[in-house]
Write a new protein. Structure first.
Length: 130
């Protein structure tokens, strides 16, 4: 079965962001195919390379990056939602004349077309967040 995942909430504001990670990890371990994980609205904060959660908390930022490395997972943040929230890739920082980028290299920015494509080729679409 092929799944597409949508994450709408930031890692630090809601349990559903953690649930999205745990669901994706479990699906991959059980042999399911994840077409794409798309981060939208406040979920784009997951792609930050600058976030530093307290040492006694689960590091959801690093967890997604590790999952990407282990399973070659496609992690996409919405370009418009990310830019609106001050999260930019190196390419976008250059295009927008910003002095720095802050998107972790394991993530890519793209438009909603990537979400639509994932929906079109997946058997199931699972959303986490409001």
């Amino acid at each position: 079965m092929t799944l597409a995942i949508l994450v709408l909430d930031s890692p630090f504001s809601a349990q559903c962001a953690y649930s999205a990670f745990r669901f994706t990890e479990a699906a991959l371990k059980s042999g399911q195919t994840i077409q794409r994980v798309f981060f939208y609205q406040n979920g784009v904060h997951t792609g930050s390379s600058l976030a530093s959660p307290p040492q006694d908390e689960f590091d959801l930022y690093q967890a997604w990056q590790t999952l990407k490395s282990k399973y070659q997972l496609d992690l996409v943040v919405c370009i418009a939602a990310a830019a609106r929230r001050g999260l930019v890739s190196e390419k976008e920082a250059n295009r927008l004349n910003k002095p720095y980028s802050n998107l972790a290299p394991e993530f890519e920015v793209s438009g909603l077309g990537q979400l639509v494509e994932a929906l079109a080729v997946s058997d199931r679409f699972i959303t986490f967040g409001h």
